[in-house]
Structure formats: structure tokens, C-alpha cells
Ligand binder design. Structure first.
Ligand code: ASP
Length: 337
């Protein structure tokens, strides 16, 4: 795949080679993220970080990734503070804002909106989540995390067993991750959700067509040999009312007891975050915080590396990152991680 100048809108753009290309650049980003070195490769470049839907992690991690490469970040958050609230089209917004930036990261509540925006943009656009549709950068960082965590236990992605749990209907991260995993061989998917929140048929059909095994259930069962358990949040914002979402909250919890009973000792625990820690939901209990298999914070750290890699690739500087290296003068504990 030729990344320079490309939009990153969907996981459908990737194949195994292009995924590997992103991962190799992401690996090279570690010393900068750990503050062992700095790079000024994007000195003078501007990221337009447009988040028209709530986000902390994704928005800050896009901004941090760009800053770590030496670039400047301009933030726009919330629909109500933008001209979209005055009826401006996505096309017009894109035409204008793309002349103020070198690359744009965007999140929007409507499916397909980021692709529509990209049509009016003169700079690369990276999808930071469009409604319940896709979240390609999250899928890449999830896959990168899976690869690293499984490598630690001596195996690879092909042939693994992943258990996805919770709101599989509206959770865009599981849609995008499943479509990326479809590119690998012989994966077993156990999909645990209330019947009303099952994985969309389009995603399941794509997995079946690619020859993977799927088990759909509304019970926490059949997961005792899972390599990964990927927990999700009930996506309250996509339901017609909070009361409707309440019916499902807390149905599929993961805590230390459930983990020990249903999973093998090394099953890696993932969650795209934020986890809903309110008592009525508590989908991923704090009693797992000290469990070494809890990969959620490593997953969030990997997000910065993946987003750095995507910026370096789409702006055509991936091979120059080391050339613009300099020293870090200040104290940082991250260097010892
Ligand atoms: N942060 C993820 C997303 O934006 C997951 C979530 O919100 O539950 O889709």
C-alpha cells in the first residue's frame, strides 16, 4: 500500500503486508514515546484534531503522537462549537479546515461521515471513529497489542481463539478488529452478547467467508481455551434512550472470580477503554488490576505508537524519523519502563 497522502478511513484498505508495514514503523517509535530520544521530523507540520463526539484517549493519543514527532496540534471538540451546528456541510468544513492543516484526524457520530469529509479534504484524513461503523486506528492498535502479547506467550495470531464480549452490535472497535483478523488464518471467535446486541451479520459473514470458526452465545461459556478476552462497554450513546441501555448494563462482567473460573491462566484481557466502572456496569472489575494478563494500559500505550506510525507514513517521513533525532534533556521515568 502506498501510504503517502492516503486517507485512513477503513480497515478494508489493509492487507497483511500493509499491516506489517505499520507495525514495523510503530516498533521504531518506542524510544520517542519512552522519552529516550526526540525527533523533530514533523517540525512545522499541523494536525487538525477534529472530535465531534466525546473522546479522551483517542483524541489525546492522536495529539500526543503528532507532538512526539515534532508537530503542532489544533483541536476542535464538540459539534455545538463548530460551524456544523449552523448547517455547514462536511464537504465545506473539510475544504476550509484542510487548508489550515497538513493532516486531519476526525471523529464524528454518524457512520460514513469521515469518508464524506475526506472527499472535501486536500490533506490526508484519518478516521478516529465514525458512529457505530469503524475505528480503524483502534483496530490496528488492538491487533498490534494482540501480536505482542501472544508473542510473549510464544505464539502468533494465526490459529488463535478470541472471545469478544458485551455490546458487539454498536461497538465499532470489535467490528473493525474482526475485519482485520479476517485477514489471518483459522481464528476461532467466541462472540458473547445479549441476543439484541449480537455482532452484525455483515461482520459475521465476512469472518465465515474467510474460513474462520464462529460461536455465538449469550452465556459466558466455551472460552476456557481463549487466548484473548476482549471486553466492551455498552455503547449507551447509540441507544434510543439511556433506559434501553440500562437493560444490558452489567450483564457480562469480568472480574477475578469469573476470569479464574472461565479462562485459562494466561488469557490476555483487553478492552478498548473507557471501561464503565459504575457499580451497575462494572464490566471489567478493578480486582483484575494487578493481574499481569490485563493488557488494557499496554493497549492504550500502543495507541500512541500506531498513530505515530500512521502520521509518519501518510506524511511520507517514515524513513526520516531517526535522521531528525535529538536528545531529551529532562528527567523522565518512562525511560526505565
Ligand atoms: N473508545 C472506544 C470507541 O471510541 C470504545 C468505547 O467508547 O467504548 O469506540
Amino acid at each position: 500500500m502506498n501510504f503517502t497522502g492516503a486517507n485512513i478511513l477503513s480497515v478494508e484498505q489493509f492487507n497483511r503486508d500493509s499491516i506489517e508495514q505499520v507495525f514495523q514503523v510503530a516498533d521504531r517509535m518506542l524510544p520517542y514515546a519512552r522519552r529516550q530520544k526526540r525527533t523533530r521530523v514533523l517540525d512545522g507540520a499541523i494536525l487538525g484534531n477534529l472530535f465531534f463526539e466525546p473522546s479522551t484517549r483517542t483524541r489525546v493519543s492522536f495529539g500526543t503522537a503528532f507532538n512526539l514527532l515534532g508537530g503542532e496540534v489544533r483541536e476542535t471538540t464538540g459539534m455545538e462549537s463548530s460551524a456544523l451546528a449552523k448547517g455547514e456541510s462536511l464537504y465545506d468544513t473539510a475544504r476550509v479546515l484542510s487548508s489550515y492543516s497538513d493532516v486531519i484526524a476526525m471523529r464524528h457520530p454518524k457512520s460514513g461521515s469521515v469518508a464524506e469529509f475526506a472527499e472535501g479534504s486536500r490533506v490526508p484524513v484519518i478516521n478516529g471513529g465514525d458512529g457505530a461503523n469503524e475505528h480503524p486506528t483502534q483496530a490496528l492498535l488492538d491487533l498490534y497489542t494482540i501480536k505482542k502479547e501472544l508473542a510473549y506467550h510464544g505464539h502468533g495470531i494465526d490459529g488463535m481463539h478470541i472471545c469478544m464480549m458485551g455490546d458487539l452490535k454498536f461497538g465499532r472497535t470489535v467490528h473493525s478488529l474482526s475485519r482485520l483478523l479476517a485477514l489471518y488464518d483459522n481464528i476461532r471467535f467466541t462472540l458473547i452478547s445479549p441476543r439484541e446486541l449480537m455482532m452484525p451479520d455483515s461482520v459475521m459473514n465476512a469472518l465465515e467467508k474467510a474460513g474462520h470458526q464462529i460461536m455465538v452465545t449469550d452465556q459466558v461459556s466455551g472460552s476456557s481455551d481463549a487466548d484473548i478476552v476482549y471486553q466492551t462497554r455498552i455503547q449507551q450513546e447509540r441507544f434510543t434512550s439511556p433506559a434501553e441501555a440500562d437493560q444490558y448494563r452489567g450483564k457480562f462482567r469480568l472480574n477475578s472470580d469469573i476470569y479464574t473460573k472461565h479462562y485459562k491462566p494466561n488469557t490476555v484481557i483487553m478492552h478498548p477503554l473507557p471501561r464503565d466502572s459504575r457499580a451497575e456496569a462494572n464490566e471489567l472489575d478493578n480486582d483484575l488490576n494487578q493481574n499481569p494478563n490485563l493488557a488494557i494500559f499496554r493497549q492504550a500505550d500502543n495507541g500512541v505508537l500506531i498513530r505515530m506510525a500512521l502520521f509518519a507514513l501518510t506524511l511520507g517521513v517514515a524513513d526520516q524519523v531517526e535522521k531528525y533525532e535529538c536528545e531529551v534533556n529532562w528527567y523522565s521515568d518512562k525511560r526505565n519502563v
